[in-house]
Design a protein around this ligand. Structure first.
Ligand SMILES: Nc1ncnc2c1ncn2[C@@H]1O[C@H](COP(=O)(O)OP(=O)(O)OP(=O)(O)O)[C@@H](O)[C@H]1O
Ligand SMILES: [Mg+2]
Length: 456
């Protein structure tokens, strides 16, 4: 059994700490062809490795090396007006690359993440991002446009994701809630991202799947970001890798917390937590809630197996506008993902297979019940307003189903509605009872889980 220790930033890739030759100027280490063999973190993170970052850059796919000066220009000197937020790695700023910066780099908005030199993360997380996201390209993984390392500075440049992270979108206090089909689209997208990682020739365990690490573009396409904790999965005969327990409270699998044994199934558990958050609109850990409800999995998992209780835990902000059958199937899937036995959890590709057909379910109520007083002149503007609201919702749903790029087409094919037509909330079909077997998930759950922000 290989014991992988968590390494501090100083003993990983010492070559990278060498000051950069100032005469070398801006570089483009952008390899267009796919590398034949993917370099893994362990290839270059052990002492005495002959590989340096410049060797690594030959394996990267279309990744640009930026100078600090260039990144200062595109972010307006990291101005606060471009500030997007901050996590354990450091602050993130929006930037804009114009078509004059590099001949082979198209004009685009980017997000620039700056390592906080006084913070808790370091070179190891930066390197993991470069190694994994620089070699793994998929529509549901955020695209790494480039990086910068000059002296002690470590920066990462990503494609800009206009709707920020799922945590903010799902738990925002104001504004309309995320509709059911958008939640489904996010669950399907991210499950595809994780399935891609797990099915690599050398599987990758992501290790930090949570709502704040899921980024959304304008059309709510979801992409997995933040590969700072990602690690190579077990190879050959090995069933797991043993690591020091890292992750985020409320998302990590119980067997990983208690034993440090990490498998792709740990990601499946975390996916189950996010699926549960999408269904319930509740955070995985909410200290403001009473007793058992503080921990979402502990509270909700026993209720997932009983379809009669499901309505009671669904996000009230959805106001019943979801497919009952879809919610039931998604809840059953979440239940399996959250099994305390890793072997009982589905693989991520089976998760994708289970979730995708839920798009086709049509038992979604179309809108609230509206009673229209039959006095034409007085009511027309009110009716029109309601119709407009509903039309917007329907369009949103259609766009979710078909993907953002079809938005324009859909806009044109919209059938004009008759003004003043009455609408009723659809009655949900009667439920069939199905009970799934239970296991006592949290019997073994310890409290030894540390956030990356607090343990290094
Ligand atoms: N590519 C991006 N496009 C747009 N916004 C981004 C991008 N990457 C990060 N952000 C935003 O920057 C902020 C900080 O993100 P970051 O991933 O560093 O931290 P976090 O996920 O909030 O916390 P953690 O350290 O636990 O991962 C978040 O609000 C996130 O939405
Ligand atoms: Mg993050």
């Amino acid at each position: 059994m290989a014991l992988k220790k968590y390494l501090s930033c100083k003993n990983i890739l010492p070559n990278c700490f060498k000051p950069k030759d100032p005469s070398s100027g801006p570089k483009v280490h952008a390899s267009k062809q796919s590398p034949s063999r993917r370099l893994s973190l362990s290839d270059i993170s052990h002492h005495g490795s002959p590989l340096s970052l410049s060797d690594l850059s030959n394996s990267l796919i279309s990744v640009h090396i930026f100078t600090l000066k260039e990144l200062e220009v595109i972010t307006h000197k990291f101005s606060m007006s471009n500030y997007l937020g901050e996590g354990g790695f450091g602050p993130v700023y929006k930037g804009f690359i114009d078509d004059k910066l590099r001949p082979d780099l198209k004009a685009q908005a980017v997000a620039v993440k700056v390592l906080d030199l006084d913070g808790t993360q370091g070179h190891r997380e930066w390197l993991a991002e470069v190694i994994f996201l620089g070699q793994l390209k998929h529509p549901h993984l955020v695209n790494l446009v480039g990086y910068c390392y000059e002296e002690e500075h470590r920066l990462l440049v990503y494609e800009y994701m206009a709707r920020g992270n799922l945590e903010d979108q799902l738990f925002k206090r104001y504004g309309p809630p995320l509709p059911w089909l958008t939640r489904l689209k996010i669950a399907v997208g991210t499950s595809k991202g994780l399935a891609f990682l797990h099915e690599e020739e050398k599987p990758v365990i992501y290790r930090d799947f949570k709502t704040s690490n899921i980024l959304l573009d304008l059309a709510y396409n979801a992409k997995v970001s933040d590969f700072g904790l990602a690690t190579d999965g077990p190879e050959g005969e090995e069933t797991h890798v043993t690591t020091c327990v890292m992750g985020t409270e409320g998302y990590a699998a119980p067997e990983y917390i208690t034993t440090g044994h990490l498998t792709t199934m740990s990601d499946v558990f975390s996916f189950g937590v996010v699926l549960l958050e999408l269904l319930t609109g509740r955070r995985s850990v909410d200290k403001s809630r009473p007793g058992r409800e503080k921990n979402l999995v502990q509270w909700a998992r026993p209720l997932l197996k009983d379809p009669y209780k499901l309505d009671g835990i669904m996000d009230p902000r959805l106001e019943g506008q979801y497919s009952t059958e879809g919610a039931r199937k998604a809840a059953a899937l979440a239940y399996q993902c959250l099994s305390s036995h890793p072997k009982s959890r589905p693989t991520m590709s089976n998760v994708v297979k289970a979730l995708e057909p839920l798009f086709d379910l049509t038992d979604i109520p179309t809108g609230p019940f509206v009673y229209i007083v039959p006095t034409q002149a007085y009511n027309e503007p009110i009716v029109q307003k309601i119709e407009e609201k509903e039309e917007k919702q329907c369009d949103e749903i259609k766009i979710e189903k078909n993907g953002g790029e079809k938005e324009e087409k859909m806009e044109k094919s919209r059938v004009p509605r008759q003004k003043g037509r009455r609408r009723r909330r659809q009655v949900k079909p009667s439920r069939s009872r199905a009970v799934y077997s239970d296991t006592d998930l949290y019997k073994t759950l310890g409290s030894s889980l540390y956030s990356p922000k607090h343990q290094r």
